[in-house]
Design a protein around this ligand. Structure first.
Ligand code: THU
Length: 132
């Protein structure tokens, strides 16, 4: 368990592209060596093509050759904590079914949860083995 990169999250969220919802999201994933990958939500005039901050961060994490994710920080400028959407929960399970998620609100308060708690009956790589 390490410190929340609050300053970095506050800088990062300014880059979110959310002209339609005005709901900005910033995500930082850290690996066990302290290397980080960033993600922000990127919306589109064709609304359904919007891409969430969490998935953008995971894809950046992979593309940048980082090691297994150790912790994910999810920041929104809201009073309530924001939990990852269903689609992102599935993607976040892929590399570590116990990935710690740290949600941070506008007051800098934090709430920690394991991704496994958010996905009660998961579908994962082992399910694919059954069909072989
Ligand atoms: N969004 C995220 O980026 N992550 C979440 O966990 C919840 C939703 C984005 C998608 C869209 O750009 C905006 O927030 C409103 O749904």
């Amino acid at each position: 368990m390490s410190n929340v990169p609050l300053l970095e999250l506050k800088k990062l969220i300014a880059r979110a592209y959310a002209p339609y919802s005005d709901f900005k999201v910033a995500v930082i994933i850290r690996d066990r060596n302290g290397k980080v990958a960033n993600g922000v939500n990127v919306e589109n005039a064709s609304y359904g093509l919007t891409s969430c901050a969490e998935r953008n961060a995971v894809f950046s994490f992979v593309a940048n050759g980082l090691e297994k994710p150790a912790e994910l920080f999810l920041y929104t400028e809201t009073e309530a904590f924001t939990a990852p959407c269903g689609a992102c929960r599935q993607v976040l399970m892929e590399f570590d079914p116990n990935l710690p998620i740290v949600m941070i609100n506008r007051d800098g308060e934090e709430k920690r949860v394991g991704i496994r708690e958010l996905v009660p009956m998961p579908f994962g790589p082992e399910d694919l083995d059954d069909a072989k």
